[in-house]
Design a protein around this ligand. Structure first.
Ligand SMILES: [Mg+2]
Length: 453
């Protein structure tokens, strides 16, 4: 008999085979900098799984799934995911399905006492490269943007992204061409929104919702040569500050047609762009192929695509060089790894969109730790000084992002103990003023959902 003590692989407080889901509850916070719906899935053994609905989405997407998961064993992740995935869709519509999926992984990890990445096949790396989005607010010149990006570099970031789009051309005479009056419509709608009549306000908000959902080929907006000159100079000025040795991705170009996207990409090729993101809607596969074949700027999309099936046509037809899924839209931790692995087969790299709390950030960390073709993970909250305090991570030393990287956690599950209610209370969404309120009204919601007969 050996006297070597064998560590137990299973949490002694948990009997995984008997684990059952008993409840799901939410807390909504604002200014993180996004509106985030945080989630907890409760079990009959005291274990609690942490999840989250996608940034800016409605908690209803998750609430309506409660009746479909009550009583289930949360360790049966793929089985539950396949049951509920019919209730997801592109972008925010996927938030409920994906948020539950990451909470199930947290529970399974806590039940069996292993980190999530290990259940995905193990890790390719010990630390995850982070990049932070840098928007144009207050940075209307390339020099200003360059200085803002340089500060990111001084914080240790090794990969950069900035916004560059037609927004900075709106006040430049002769830089944009559009049906006369079209560019002024949103402002006119916001003016109407200032009245006291709630119906008028809702009507105005919906008009702007419709306006901003006009797909790129149908806006009729074009950039003039003067406009292209301004945008090119902006990028040149940024590079003159940050140099050419650090990758620089670009996002938020505006709703312009593929022909203008091609012209713009050709203008900025010489500034060594890491990728150009979401130039046109991801649904237009053939336009993506045309775009990618017309420029040497690597073409990227993905933060609004749901499930691997959504990415497949773009891979098969050769429309992309980089994908950029968000775990709370792509399908969660496992589906995201499958998407990354499929991308790798086509020689496509994977970066990750992430604008949510540390829970989703850590879900992404585990997923990409276990995916080989990973480039960089986004963090939208570098300038939010209370972001780390949204959660409690016992035994951790300091901030999650350190010197441009996040260390892969070896703690069970996602590596987060709990949400920090004291901090959440200070940032509650006033429309949802109660923390972890009862969701009993969703216990019996049901319909005879099946996608075939
Ligand atoms: Mg983006």
């Amino acid at each position: 008999m050996s006297n070597i003590e064998i560590p137990l692989s299973v949490n002694t407080n948990s009997r995984p085979s008997d684990l059952r889901i008993t409840d799901i509850r939410f807390t909504d916070i604002v200014d993180a900098p996004m509106h985030c719906t945080l989630m907890k899935i409760y079990t009959n053994q005291g274990l609690v799984g942490l999840g989250e609905v996608r940034d800016g989405a409605s908690r209803t997407y998750a609430e309506m799934l409660k009746s479909r998961i009550l009583g289930e064993n949360p360790c049966e992740i793929d089985k539950i995911f396949r049951r509920i995935k019919q209730f997801g869709g592109p972008a925010r519509q996927a938030g409920g399905v994906c948020g539950i999926e990451i909470a199930l992984w947290d529970l399974a990890g806590k039940a069996y006492g292993v980190p999530v990445y290990q259940m995905l096949g193990g890790k390719f790396r010990n630390k995850i490269r982070i990049y932070c989005d840098t928007d144009v607010s207050g940075k209307h010149t390339g020099k200003d943007m360059g200085e803002a990006l340089k500060k990111r570099m001084e914080m240790g970031f090794t990969f950069l992204k900035m916004d560059l789009g037609i927004g900075i051309l709106h006040n430049e005479k002769g830089a944009l061409c559009a049906p006369l009056g079209f560019l002024q419509e949103p402002q006119e709608n916001w003016e109407k929104n200032k009245g006291d009549d709630p119906l008028v306000k809702k009507y105005a908000r919906n008009r702007n919702y419709d306006y901003y959902n006009i797909a790129h080929p149908f806006t009729g907006i074009h950039i003039t040569e003067k406009g292209f000159d301004i945008l090119e100079q902006y990028v040149a000025d940024v590079r003159s500050v940050i140099g050419y040795e650090i990758p620089l991705a670009i996002d938020h170009f505006g709703h312009i047609c593929v022909e203008d996207c091609i012209k713009l990409c050709r203008r900025i090729e010489k500034y060594n762009i890491a990728w150009a993101e979401d130039l046109i809607p991801w649904q237009y596969t053939d336009q993506y192929v045309r775009l990618r074949n017309s420029t040497t700027v690597p073409i990227c999309t993905g933060e609004d695509i749901y499930l691997k099936e959504g990415f497949k046509p773009l891979f098969e037809k050769g429309g992309l060089s980089v994908i950029h899924p968000d775990l709370l839209s792509s399908g969660g931790i496992l589906e995201n790894k499958k998407i990354g692995d499929m991308a790798q087969d086509y020689g496509v790299a994977m970066a990750i969109h992430m604008a949510e709390s540390p829970v989703t950030c850590m879900a992404a960390v585990h997923s990409v730790a276990a995916t080989e073709n990973f480039l960089a993970l986004e963090n939208h909250s570098v300038d939010v000084d209370w972001w780390d305090d949204i959660v409690i991570r016992s035994g951790s030393n300091g901030k999650l992002v350190q010197n441009g990287y996040i260390s892969v956690s070896d703690k069970p599950g996602l590596g987060i103990d709990d949400y920090n209610d004291e901090v959440l209370k200070e940032h509650l969404n006033p429309k949802f003023p109660e923390l972890w309120a009862s969701t009993d009204m969703w216990n019996d919601e049901w319909s005879h959902d099946r996608v075939w007969s």
